[in-house]
Design a protein around this ligand. Structure first.
Ligand code: PRX
Length: 643
């Protein structure tokens, strides 16, 4: 859909905006000084000596400076007299609620930090967190930050196998999990998967939050209940201060190989950018706004825009445990109405789902408290953008489309709500202090109207510091594509319009984006070939009207494995769910006799994508050699040797 309307900021918002257009000029006059000024938004025990130490591709920001991230997110607000302000309005899926003030948050984080110390966690130790969306997830992350022990949160929807891989890669000592959480009206068990994941690893202790009350397996000597160990701790904990480059967290994300990458983030630079971008892009007024980021803490959006950015800015926020359709499809809007949410941040796939459910659902609630809407995770189509503005924002609320990645740590490209005239479907311009461009194959910037690859041309404070345990892969993945120019290659295609605004076009590598989640084709392929029935597999992401992309798998069966149609498809889908998690289940599985390959043996995914997108196919279709190959070869370029 084409949409040429522009939406200027509402006068009231522009008049009182946290950040005005001057920020662009200030940042381009002296980018490093600009970030130093933003770093002063935080409390430092000792100031930095060098703002940026850049030995490409390795950066250190605010070297010599010392701070405690948890103190910045919690204690300093209590010390400044805001202890009674609500930090979290938590809403459980069954309707139970908890109200946590900053004073209470400080108590809980201190108790958790004391408990982790008692369980043997020291600065530098890795702690895995595998929890539902409950306040203990926030307490745990901040307790780790307080101790200088990097956390690695694994989304609760990942399987035992996926968790085990991450536990082993991070060489974690302790895992924090729960008996389960509520999703879709039912308690789901996390503990059984957690047990399977840690068996035989270096995990010495498992700290278990009681959430659902379900009977779960418990290993004496290794497992301890949160309610037994944390609740009896002192609410006092004297914080230690750490270097700005102290590792804060490792977050695993899919790359182009089967092995997820542990993206490493550190403290001072990350927190500076998370806090600044949250202040600038969401225009948060801590005394009046109620902010809600509807992501899960298991993703980077939850790290930067539920935990670190908003709490550093003293936000009052909503945190919701469950799904948008439980117990009814108006649940989100009921929550907005109940708490008077003024800023909402969610993903295009969720917005498209709401569109499908119908305009009358949000129309049944009072959404007049909203004043700003955000989108993240995948390109937002103009139709969804307009629907979001009209039906959620009452036709008066700005929508900011924010582009960033697990690797960037915080928002990089986005409108500023008090400055930018928004264009539906475009993330528009790099934020002040950020340098991005769209370049061609040779690394030359494309002219207005041109398309190419999105690159980041200068280091930024929240940038990943590496891939855990694999500096070579870090340099190779992100910095080798445009090595001559020294650009960071994001893996996204983009175009620049006549005004120089950026439009994201999706991944250019073998990474799919399903409901805003990154899943690599290779990861799903390797899960499929680990099934006894499968000899070979090729996976593509095909355009999907709701999820952005859907996973389509082409499999060749092993000799002797019967193609049992829908039964086989169901078995393979379950197998992938066990290996990776339900989010990676293929939408369709097609049994084929052959896969299209280049002479060098590389699967031509582009052709498979054509097949997957151009025909409406059932769940399992046994394609005859001739029909699928004819269809595919009809599309083969006449030139040979394409690679
Ligand atoms: O392809 C881009 C897409 O999501 C990728 C990053 O995924 P992840 O690390 O999981 O982080 C998602 C949340 C920050 C990017 O390479 N992406 C993210 N935001 C947008 C987007 N694509 C287009 N527009 C966006 N606003």
């Amino acid at each position: 859909m084409r949409e040429n309307r522009r939406f200027a900021p509402p006068a009231a918002l522009a008049g009182a905006a946290n950040v005005t257009g001057d920020a662009y000029a200030a940042a381009s006059a002296d980018r490093i000084a600009f970030w130093e000024e933003q770093a002063r938004r935080l409390d430092w025990e000792r100031p930095w000596t060098t703002a940026l130490d850049w030995r490409p591709p390795f950066a250190r920001w605010f070297s010599g400076g010392r701070l405690n991230v948890a103190v910045n997110a919690v204690d300093r607000h209590v010390a400044a007299g805001h202890g009674d302000q609500v930090a979290l309005h938590w809403e459980g899926e069954p309707g139970d609620t908890r109200t946590i003030t900053y004073a209470r948050l400080q108590d809980e984080v201190c108790k958790a930090a004391n408990a982790l110390s008692e369980l043997g966690v020291r600065a530098g130790d890795r702690v895995m967190i595998y929890l539902p969306m409950i306040p203990e997830a926030v307490f745990s992350m901040l307790a780790c930050a307080r101790l200088g022990a990097p956390h690695s949160v694994v989304f609760g929807g990942f399987s035992a196998e996926a968790l085990r891989n991450r536990v082993e890669d991070a060489r974690a000592r302790l895992l924090i999990t729960a008996d389960g959480g509520f999703r879709r009206g039912r308690p789901n068990d996390l503990k059984t998967a957690a047990d399977e994941a840690v068996a035989g690893t270096g995990v010495e202790k498992v700290l278990v939050v009681r959430r659902t009350g379900a009977e779960v397996p418990f290993t004496a000597g290794r497992d301890v209940w949160w309610q037994d160990v944390v609740d009896r701790q002192s609410t006092t904990h004297v914080p230690e201060y750490f270097d700005a480059e102290q590792p804060l967290f490792i977050l695993y994300t899919s790359g182009t190989t089967a092995k997820p990458k542990g993206i490493l983030h550190t403290s001072g630079g990350y927190l500076t950018q998370a806090a600044y971008t949250h202040h600038a892009v969401f225009d948060l007024k801590p005394d009046t706004d109620v902010y809600w980021c509807a992501a899960d803490v298991g993703w980077v959006t939850g790290h930067s825009y539920i935990v670190y950015g908003p709490l550093a800015n003293r936000a009052t926020q909503v945190m919701y445990e469950g799904t948008p359709d439980t117990p009814h499809r108006g649940r989100f809007w009921e929550i907005v109405q109940k708490y008077g949410v003024s800023i909402l941040y969610t993903a295009p796939t969720t917005i498209r789902t709401f569109m499908k459910w119908g305009d009358d659902v949000p129309a049944g609630f009072d959404l007049s408290s909203l004043r700003l809407l955000g989108s993240v995770g995948e390109p937002i189509n103009p139709e969804a953008w307009i629907w979001y503005r009209e039906h959620i924002g009452g036709g008066r609320v700005p929508v900011v489309d924010t582009w960033w990645q697990t690797e960037t740590g915080a928002i990089m490209i986005s409108p500023l709500p008090g400055v930018t005239a928004c264009k539906p479907g475009s993330a528009q311009a790099a934020l002040p202090g950020i340098a991005a461009d769209v370049v061609d194959d040779s690394g030359t910037p494309v002219p207005p109207g041109g398309g190419g690859y999105l690159v980041l041309t200068e280091p930024w404070p929240g940038m990943l510091r590496g891939i855990w345990g694999d500096p070579g892969r870090y340099a190779d993945t992100y910095w080798s594509r445009f090595a001559d120019q020294g650009y960071y290659f994001a893996g996204d295609g983009a175009k620049k319009d006549e005004d120089g605004d950026v439009w994201l076009l999706g991944r250019v590598d073998d990474v799919m984006n399903v409901s805003g989640h990154r899943i690599s084709t290779t990861e799903v392929e390797s899960a499929l070939v680990s099934a006894p029935q499968v000899a070979e597999a090729a996976v593509v992401g095909a355009t999907d009207p709701t999820t952005g992309q859907g996973i389509v798998a082409f499999v060749i069966l092993r000799g002797g494995a019967a193609d049992k149609g829908a039964v086989l498809a169901a078995e393979l889908r379950e197998h992938v769910a066990r290996e990776i998690g339900p989010i990676a289940k293929p939408r369709q599985i097609l049994v084929v006799p052959e896969l299209p390959k280049t002479r060098s043996g590389k699967i031509m995914r582009r052709l498979l994508r054509d097949v997957a997108e151009n025909r409406s196919l059932g769940d399992v279709t046994t394609l005859q050699d001739s029909s699928v190959m004819d269809l595919i070869s009809a599309r083969l370029p006449s030139a040979s040797g394409e690679d």
